[in-house]
Design a protein. Sequence first.
Length: 504
Amino acid sequence: MGLLLLCLHAEAQSPIENLRKYNSFRERFNREFLYRTEDASVQGSYLPMESRQTASDGSVTAYWADGTWWLGHYVAMLATEQARLKLEGDSVAALRTLEDLRQALRAYDRLDAWAEPCWGGDSCTNGFYLRDDIPAEMAEVLGVGRILSDYAQHCGDSQSLSNGPSQDQAWASFMGLALVQALTDDTLLHAQSASVVRRLLKAMQYTDAKGNESWQVTNPVTGDVMQPSSDIQWLRYAHSRAFECLTGDSMVFGQAQSLVSRQTWSLIQQNFTLDRKGHYNWYGVMALSTVINEKGSDMSACTCDWLVGRSQELARLRPDLQQPMVFPHFPLISLLLYPQKPKSLPNASQYESILDAAPSGGAFRRYSDGAWDATPAPWNSLSLFCPWHLEEGNFNMLDYMLLYNLYRLVYAPEKPQSVVERAPVRVNVYPNPTSGRLWLEYSGESQVNVCRLYDLQGRLLKQIYLREKSTELDLTDYAPGCYLLQLSDGNSRMAVVKVMKNNH
């Protein structure tokens, strides 16, 4: 019934229309919801904004909350995007996304290093991290009237218990980091992601002066408990398994692997949907189950089937959320992380219905003239990641972008028209390797208008417009190494050639 209602809100759209929406949301996200600097050590950079709220006078408030939770979803989106682009044969765009992914992972290092100074301590990387580091002064840089963030409100208050680590911040990060390891073949990225996992888990662990171990978040500067063991202990087995799955090392801290801990986790998996207001607890159980590939004692064929069942069950229990599936991305992530043969995976059309229903201008909720105005369900809330949040603002659409990438990777429908290869172009580059100058020649029926030179990080170094089918390129001023030449008709990639530059 939920799917039927959903389909009433949107006509079926072609693959190219959903790809256009994706590209529009991606460009909008980079422009309006992210501070991109090409250097993640810069304060506030590569940390997604949650929403933008526009007042009646036109002034904009940029809102950050649960920054590292959103960062985890951003990492997940980037990992799946680069995998999709590789699948579609767009190696240059995949490299650019990979560079964004490197910067996003470095943002964790920055948030870790600069947490203690907010409470008067010295900078260090020990797993105690900030949720966000967005100062009020960044409003001018971002072109908004005002910034609301945990950092702006709490940094410098030595008594504050806000803007520090918590287990719910880590759950989304585990998901994103797992996708980095599963979908990229870059060993440095794998090492980066494993390092982040180690520190995220370390932030939840505390050993007192007598050597007693407990799962809690303690401020290393003030000694204040920021999240008590009563909040974290119940998931300690799942957290320790996430550590093992994402680092390859074992964890025996605080009786995490005890029989009682394992049985507690199994009971939680069986019964967490009994809490109709569980919200983030629902998310935590399903996220951890996805990452560690466990379904408890449930009789489902595999973890993916168990996730589908729980997602549909939550949708039935909470019809007010107006979701055909609650957290529809988890079953697809499970399939990408672990080989499985699910029996109950929804068919592609059900995910297409969700994507089709997304408004081309992005999701929003606004209060005007004494009433709420919002985009239709299921895009009527802050995010598919947290559909209970009915807040005001224009939303970042990370949920659409991640779901689109997952849909493409799992169901692999035909390529959208804009990424279908044009007529073959034959390219000859010589001499290759080169010490400076080289000749580029191409032949074929297609018209090539533009040649672009990229480094292996996907940065555009040079662009020339071609008037002939043969032209000379000068790489004399570029450092030795490997570069990519992309030939294009001005809009679509048509051929990519690897070029080596020697010392002399």
